[in-house]
Design a protein around this ligand. Structure first.
Ligand code: 5GP
Length: 185
């Protein structure tokens, strides 16, 4: 596929700071395209439809799956569904634009099959304790939700070696620098 080499999957456990890192990268290198996912999760305070996610209901998500509108999708944390809009990503790749998919482990595995040229990057926390601290510090999840996210995180951390590259997210600046080098920006 034309331009498929410029696809990058960024995955990693909840609260590791993927979103912050990707936002900082986009800010410093606006030529990068970051795919905007579709989700059935309700927006968090401050999240904007079409910017952070496309927030949709279950029926709309079902229709997207049925019409082959998603490149991959998964139910994350056993709760809400998230998916990557197919058309926008393929158009960017065809135009040679470096494209980032910030998706979970299940999605990364699907992309590994359908787009094997994509570079797969895992963002890891400096330690498990630090990950728990970051999740608690975010304060956007209920205790139940936090427990569920930590359980998923434990499983995801065990799969880091499936990825082409593991970057330990100690500071945002340092992680962004490593991504810039990897993508060749
Ligand atoms: P959050 O609810 O914290 O925004 O995201 C929860 C998880 O969903 C994160 O691990 C994130 O990487 C993942 N995610 C976001 N968008 C997608 C997507 O389009 N596909 C998949 N498979 N996972 C996604």
């Amino acid at each position: 596929m034309n331009g498929a080499l410029s696809a990058y999957v960024i995955s990693g456990p909840t609260a590791v700071g993927k979103g912050t890192v990707v936002a900082a990268l986009r800010q410093s290198h606006p030529q990068v395209y970051v795919s905007v996912s579709v989700t059935t999760r309700p927006p968090r305070p401050g999240e904007i439809n079409g910017v952070h996610y496309f927030f949709v209901d279950d029926k709309t998500f079902d229709n997207l799956i049925a019409s082959n509108g998603l490149l991959e999708w998964a139910q994350v944390h056993g709760l809400h569904r998230y998916g990557t809009p197919r058309q926008a990503v393929l158009e960017k790749l065809a135009a040679g634009v470096p494209t980032i998919l910030e998706i979970d482990l299940q999605g990364a595995r699907q992309i590994r099959k359908t787009m094997p040229e994509a570079q797969q990057i895992f963002i890891a926390p400096p330690s498990w304790e630090e990950l728990v601290r970051r999740l608690q510090g975010r304060g956007t999840e209920t205790d139940d939700e936090m427990a569920r996210r930590l359980e998923t995180a434990r499983q995801e951390m065990a799969c880091a070696d499936e990825f082409d590259r593991v970057i330990e997210n100690v500071t945002v600046d340092n992680t962004v620098r490593q991504l810039v080098e990897l993508i060749g920006l």
